[in-house]
Design a protein around this ligand. Structure first.
Ligand code: 5GP
Ligand code: ZN
Length: 113
């Protein structure tokens, strides 16, 4: 997707602080963190949102959760962490490329705002 911000980050056209990368996904620090640890994990394939996950592309989602589990250990997120994927305007999705926020380092309230 030529006009997608996160596709441009994957291609290196927009700089980012990399946390992790493999052939399927890319993880980088959020530019406006809302917790001491706040990074985003995105599939390298452009998928617009969680509403666009299908049997054909869902394997990358399982892979991303495996990566998050590994990073949580590597990064010492032993007290817990939250994974969030905003989908659609009402949920506050501002970038239309599927992404998973990984947040840690403080306590989080529930229900979500
Ligand atoms: P959403 O609001 O769609 O759930 O999350 C999008 C996230 O992307 C936001 O937390 C926002 O701070 C982050 N973001 C937006 N533009 C950039 C950018 O250019 N670089 C980085 N690293 N994060 C960005
Ligand atoms: Zn994209």
């Amino acid at each position: 997707m030529d006009d997608c911000l996160f596709c441009k980050i994957i291609k290196g056209e927009i700089p980012s602080t990399k946390v992790y990368e493999d052939e399927l996904c890319y993880a980088f620090n959020d530019i406006a963190p809302t917790a001491p640890v706040h990074f985003l994990v995105i599939p390298k394939e452009h998928i617009t949102s969680a509403a666009e996950i299908t049997p054909e592309n869902s394997a990358v989602v399982a892979h991303i959760f495996e990566v998050i589990a590994k990073l949580s250990g590597d990064m010492g997120m032993t007290e817990g962490f939250r994974v969030v994927s905003n989908c659609g305007d009402c949920a506050g999705q501002t970038v239309k490329h599927l992404h998973f926020h990984v947040l840690s380092g403080r306590e989080f309230t529930w229900p979500a705002g």
